[in-house]
Design a protein around this ligand. Sequence first.
Ligand code: SF4
Length: 756
Amino acid sequence: MSMSTSITRSTCPYCGVGCGVLIESQGQQITGVRGDPDHPANFGKLCTKGTTLHLTAAPEIARQTRLLQPMQRLARGAAPTPVGWDAALDLAAERFARTITEHGPDAVGFYISGQLLTEDYYVFNKLAKGLIGTNNVDTNSRLCMSSAVAGYKLTLGADAPPACYDDVNHADCLFIVGSNAAFAHPVLFRRIEEAKKNHPGMRVIVADPRRTDTADLADLYLPLQPGSDVMLFHGLLHIMLWEGWVDPAYIAAHTTGFDALRALVRECTPEHVAQVCGLNKEDLFTAAKWFATSPATLSLYCQGLNQSSSGTAKNATLINLHLATGQIGKPGAGPFSLTGQPNAMGGREVGGLANLLSAHRDLANPEHRAEVAALWGVPDVPSKPGKTAVEMFQAAADGEIKALWIACTNPAQSMPDQATVRQALKRAEFVVVQEAYATATTCDWADLLLPATTWGEKEGTVTNSERRISRVRAAVPAPGEARHDWRIAVDFAQRLEATLGANGVGAIGVRPEFRTTTPEATKNLERNSALTPMAEQPEKTLFPYQTPEQIWLEHRESTRGRDLDITGLSYEKLENEGPQQWPLREGEATGQTRLYENGHFPTPDGKARFAALPWQPLAEPRESRYPFSLTTGRLRDQWHGMTRTGTLGRLFGHVPEPVVQLHPQDIQRRGLKDGDLVHVTSKRGSILVPLQASSDIGLSQAFIAMHWGPEYLSGRSGAGEPLAGVNALTTSAYCPTSKQPELKHAAVKILKAELP
Ligand code: SF4
């Protein structure tokens, strides 16, 4: 008798487009996947990654890739051995408690992931900031969107992308900058292609140092020099001012700070900008005219702006253009940052970063800390900023952070400057890795491995780039002994509570010298007695959750009155009415499609703020010893470190192996030839890859895809440790405001390998 097929509605776990999927399953096995025709992000479409999702879950693949039971490594370098869940979690709690008691709460750190669901994120954030009393909780989303967060907050007053996917259909001009959406957000790109076909008058401008597949769609392609984006935006504003293309009425009514910006861009003449950016003046005029004078202009941008030592300035100065021309708050217009990961946005919502708190609150704001402490039922939330991703691994390498918990991410491949990351993992006294798959981090560095569930097996919510919250649903049970991420975090937190002796920061049993006792903390305690904390069981546990929905309800309450208020949303509404955008306040029927349509911004005076930030050169400009600008990026058919997509042969049909791409003239000038094996070397490390000629790359520039890890690339890292793919080369220099590292640029040299 054939088994019947069940259909489960869920969300693709790859990129920030957040496509809806229908998972087909028979018994305990996922057998197929289709696009959800009713999901507003994709209306049934999927890209190559999405359509092959079920194949990555096939039993023969899972047997090779999945972690199925907790494992303990008794000594570094030794093979891990199985251990029961209770013993594993007891050990973790005992080691973390000991570290906290002996060295203080800031001696531990949690490095989590934009792959986690909102509910998972929420528990980790509360565990670190509410229970342990450290803000050392950060995420791999720091590597992909923290500059967008900082840019929005600086200019518009809140971390809220004002536009939506449907704006693509209303735009007359699309300005795509620092984004290869054709590969990184394929279903959105298909929407762009269709919109352009249906609206022949639409102008598409693409600014990118590489001529990508996205650039092939452009009516105007601007091959700007790496790192010159801020100069480009200032130059466009200079032209708009000169030509009278700005919107004085909008500027006067809805913004502040324009005089300082106007003074700053005065020097950014077309001649100067053309020279710095490597562009011609005519193209600058055309871009400025199309942007400013089109009825509706939408900017789409991603890692080219974010992964930069000037990431915040790049984001904010692009937003300047929208404010100066009134291209915001109307259909088809606005600055729209695309998120790389499936739930980078949800992580921001729960404040799962070292400088944020729940519901877009700021750690630096005493009132916000007090509100969160009251909501959680703890005496206070520490004011000392936590370590961001790069800082956290540097602190571990320096011996300052002694116990690390890594969940659902692979820093031994994805972090920049791998020599430092490997030193951190080596020096940390206790490393817990909570993961679904075997990765470079689990294989080499984990003292304790905790197997987690993944797509198709877990329940919760994610938020995509357009602020749309979707349900993630389980189609099959957890394999082996794998547990849900939120469950692992809760089980650990409850043990830690017990081990430390009580609940909350004020009573965790940490030695007094490590405690934050301030008048503010006392005030919080008083507030707590006046408010009804959501976690109603302070004598028992701060983590009373039995289901992800219970966690989500607590998160929902934390958003009340905030810009992302979702008090009108419920799991039931998501079930019955499908994905919804925030804000969706109590009493409202639907969420808000686009923001700032009334010209009012969430700043103290209700006005948006121009950012007068000057252009800064790259952190590591190319020089005579390292004469190439290396950039990294995605391929169409691979995802991150290829733990899933790398298991399918068919996804290597597009690009079968890692290569370094150089312009043919550079290849000829250096006496190399296409196919040569070359050492690509930066100040931090070296890798060995085949050379490929490409006229899509500018002169003195090089490109390597980000996906291949140590198992594919050979060479040597700066510390003589095992290899780490392209991130052996990249720099951890970061934007001083967003702390996002400059993964998009490193100075390298390229030399032919001497073969035996
Ligand atoms: Fe998944 Fe992104 Fe492809 Fe949609 S576009 S199917 S979310 S990878």
